[in-house]
Ligand binder design. Structure first.
Ligand SMILES: Nc1ncnc2c1ncn2[C@@H]1O[C@H](COP(=O)(O)OP(=O)(O)O)[C@@H](O)[C@H]1O
Ligand SMILES: O=P(O)(O)OC[C@H]1O[C@](O)(COP(=O)(O)O)[C@@H](O)[C@@H]1O
Length: 318
């Protein structure tokens, strides 16, 4: 029986479990044997392999994190590590490998593909920073986590007539800040893709307080600046009482949203179809609500344009 390996790599994201479940259940239904590789590429180095049956993925659909666990592996970054990984898979008779992770994980997957393992990438990152897919796994859930957290902050900020500066994740991408900021009706959004002027923002906030506002919320993407520093700058410019909140890893947890569960179920299913059709060396995504795939090289060369349209929509809403 043909064997398919599956691993989760890089930062975990809500929906990875649901993606694994879909690969396992669909793969078994099509007559494949599925092998889980623990702790990302670290587990690949150490042959930390477990057989995955249908029951092993019960009760996983609605859980955040990844039951296979994840890691960032230094050894696998080296050429020797990659050869060792490919050999470990070959020794185990694993011909196909599904890698659920972000850009770094995809680069590793492409190397394994060159070494004779038929590989597939699923976009597992909360950052939404992969090209040729409209969404990445966990992004939608993270937006809901951030939006809920802002609701709580709004209550206390309003009682104390304060400005809340909220720093969110996203590495070099402002997508979490932009989408969650619009969903939360914040007063300003600072993202790395757009210029911003803290003096101008501070004066606008002050003006709104003068007109009767009792609180303000400023959303900062981690790639745009440091939340604590920005809070101090605002206070210095306009004197308003300001507090910074760094949401941190709380954003990566929580039960996956219905969108993330359906999206990952569809992608797991599509991976098995690609395997059946001997298509490999590709990563999957969702574009205009269709599950699509592109060669790794195409993804590495593609540029993800900044979402200027959404940013300008926000500009008209504040
Ligand atoms: N250029 C690369 N070549 C081979 N493997 C890589 C490369 N970049 C990253 N990796 C592997 O993928 C892992 C995850 O990558 P990382 O960038 O940390 O997260 P993500 O996949 O979420 O972007 C790394 O720890 C490393 O083992
Ligand atoms: O959990 P770590 O290793 O501290 O990394 C934090 C980073 O991971 C992320 O949560 C997700 O990034 P990746 O999916 O690229 O790993 C980023 O938003 C954040 O900058």
């Amino acid at each position: 029986m043909k064997k398919i390996g599956v691993l989760t790599s890089g930062g975990d994201s809500q929906g990875m479990n649901s993606a694994i479940r879909s690969v396992v259940r669909t793969g078994i239904a099509r007559g494949y044997e599925i092998v889980g590789i623990k702790r990302g590429y670290n587990g690949l180095m150490e042959k930390d392999f477990i057989p995955l049956g249908s029951k092993d993925v019960s009760d996983k659909l609605y859980r955040g994190g990844t039951f296979l666990q994840s890691a960032r592996s230094e050894e696998f970054r080296t050429e020797e590590g990659q050869k060792k990984g490919a050999n470990n898979l070959k020794e185990e008779g694993i011909e196909h490998l599904v890698v659920i992770g972000g850009d770094g994980s995809y680069r590793g997957a492409a190397k394994l593909n060159d070494l004779g393992i038929k590989t597939y990438g699923l976009p597992g990152t909360i950052d939404n920073d992969l090209p040729l897919t409209d969404y990445t796994i966990g992004f939608d859930t993270t937006l809901n986590v951030v939006t809920d957290a802002i609701g709580n902050l709004r209550d206390t900020m309003s009682s104390h007539e304060r400005v809340s500066v909220i720093e969110v994740m996203g590495r070099n991408s402002g997508d979490i800040a932009l989408h969650a900021g619009i969903a939360s009706g914040v007063d300003a959004i600072l993202v790395p893709e757009q210029p911003w002027d803290i003096k101008e923002i501070s004066y606008k906030l002050k003006d709104r307080f003068n007109k009767g506002k009792t609180h303000s919320i400023v959303m900062v993407a981690e790639g745009a600046g440091n939340g604590e520093e920005i809070a101090h700058m605002i206070k210095d410019h306009c004197g308003l009482d300001t507090r910074a909140t760094i949401l941190g890893h709380i954003q990566r947890g929580g039960t996956p949203s219905a969108f993330d569960r359906v999206f990952t179920s569809r992608m797991g299913h599509e991976v098995i179809r690609l395997i059946d059709n001997d298509i490999y060396g590709v990563a999957l995504g969702i574009e205009n609500n269709d599950i699509t795939y592109h060669r790794f090289e195409e993804i590495f060369e593609a540029h993800q344009p900044p979402n200027t349209k959404l940013y300008s929509i926000f500009g008209d809403l504040v």
